[in-house]
Design a protein around this ligand. Structure first.
Ligand SMILES: [Zn+2]
Length: 423
């Protein structure tokens, strides 16, 4: 149980490392945010275009309203003129009737004049038939100047009477003619006024036709702009739909990737844990002298403590520890003794290395590891995993470089570790 608990704590660090690594992997999605952003830009452009059209439509609408207003005014004006024309036409008809009446009167007067003249002639003829002389004969038959004057008076009387009647008739005719002329003049004036109104109406009709045409043209333009706007709206809606669809697809893919990464991390954690558990089970705590245990499963010493030839030309020539081989990459490195981690870092020579203090100037050092699984300040028990074997720093292959320092002096670890083999 104690062992299992330690393992759990240690593996949380491993899990964190793995999760960090997984998260850093570059994702490759079918849908990209760039693709969506491009569509959004496109949709915004369409929206601007649509706004411009909307403004154009508004202008058309107000122009149509103005034209309709103008047309309404023209309609009213034309209606007024039509009423005026109608009234004038009634007046003209009235005048025509009155002129007709005066024509009748005139004809009547002329008839009476003719009749009067006829009567006069009849009287003259009657006088002739009765053997009486005509006026001239009466005058020429005068026997004396006095007789002539008497006869003249008589003739004049007759003629005066006729002349008076004729003059009266003439005067009547003139009066009627004058009246008729006056009526005709007035009628002509009315006709002129009526013609002016009709001319005005023709002009207004032309203006009304133009206004109607303008309204038709404006409405056609507005309809066209509205159609364009509708097309843009539809296009923008389609793009909007595509944005939503792609965003959902992206979210779905991201969620899938996240779930996959999580599953992979959990799987990696489980594998690591299984491997470490197996190693821990195999790990036999054989406490040597000084209370140290072997830090790895292997007992194969590939380089001993003290002077030696530089391995591969890069290792230390005055070896201050032992190299334990046969560990490969990634096997567990255990604390040889319980204590406090005082160093956990990377150096160019030791690579990933950890130093654990056991008190009283006694420390152990573990170098060239592929991973460190503890941090400085962390308290560890004997057998706790500090890291994984590797070949970082000045190293020619996977091995653990192990040092023991007692009272500030590095000593040969093999003093305390038994059962090793040299190779
Ligand atoms: Zn070494």
């Amino acid at each position: 149980m104690k062992k299992a608990k330690r393992v759990t704590v240690t593996f949380f660090s491993a899990l964190l490392t793995l999760l960090t690594l997984t998260a850093a992997l570059p994702p490759s999605f079918a849908v990209t945010q760039d693709e969506i952003d491009t569509l959004i830009t496109q949709a915004n452009g369409l929206q601007e275009e649509r706004d411009a059209l909307e403004q154009e439509i508004g202008t058309y609408s107000s122009n149509i309203a103005a034209a309709l207003e103008r047309k309404a005014l023209l309609d009213a004006e034309i209606s007024q003129i039509e009423a005026d024309v109608s009234a004038l036409e009634t007046s003209i008809t009235d005048y025509e009737q009155r002129i007709d009446v005066t024509e009748g009167e005139l004809a009547d007067a002329k008839a009476r004049e003719a009749q009067q003249y006829d009567l006069f002639c009849q009287r003259v003829r009657a006088m002739e038939e009765q053997g009486r002389m005509n006026c001239w004969m009466i005058l020429l038959r005068a026997t004396s100047f006095v007789d002539f004057l008497t006869r003249l008076d008589f003739v004049s009387e007759i003629m005066e009477s006729d002349r008076r009647v004729m003059n009266d008739l003439k005067a009547l005719q003139e009066e009627i003619s004058e009246k008729q002329a006056q009526l005709t003049d007035e009628k002509r004036e009315l006709e002129a006024a009526n013609q002016a109104l009709l001319d005005k109406k023709t002009e207004l009709d032309t203006q009304r036709t133009a206004a109607n045409q303008l309204i038709i043209d404006l409405e056609a333009s507005r309809t066209e702009a509205e159609a364009s706007r509708d097309i843009l709206t539809e296009e923008a809606e389609q793009i909007q739909g595509e944005i939503v669809r792609l965003s959902e697809e992206l979210a779905r893919q991201e969620e899938e990737a996240r779930i996959r990464a999580e599953a992979e991390a959990v799987e990696a954690y489980r594998a690591l844990r299984e491997r470490m558990s197996a190693e821990l089970d195999d790990f036999t705590v054989s406490e040597g002298l000084g209370g140290y245990i072997w830090p790895v499963n292997s007992r194969r010493i590939t380089s001993t403590f003290g002077g030696r030839a530089s391995p591969g030309g890069i290792g230390s020539t005055n070896h201050k520890g032992v190299d334990i081989g046969g560990v490969g990459y990634g096997t567990a490195v255990h604390a040889a003794k319980g204590g406090t981690v005082i160093i956990s870092q990377y150096s160019s020579s030791y690579g990933n290395f950890v130093v654990v203090s056991h008190g009283s100037g006694n420390t152990t050092l573990y170098a060239h590891m592929s991973a460190r699984l503890v941090e400085a300040g962390q308290v560890v028990s004997q057998g706790d995993i500090l890291g994984l074997t590797g070949s970082t720093g000045h190293s020619t292959g996977p091995h653990l470089h192990f040092e023991i320092t007692e009272n500030g002096t590095r000593i040969n670890p093999l003093i305390y570790l038994s059962g090793y083999s040299l190779s």
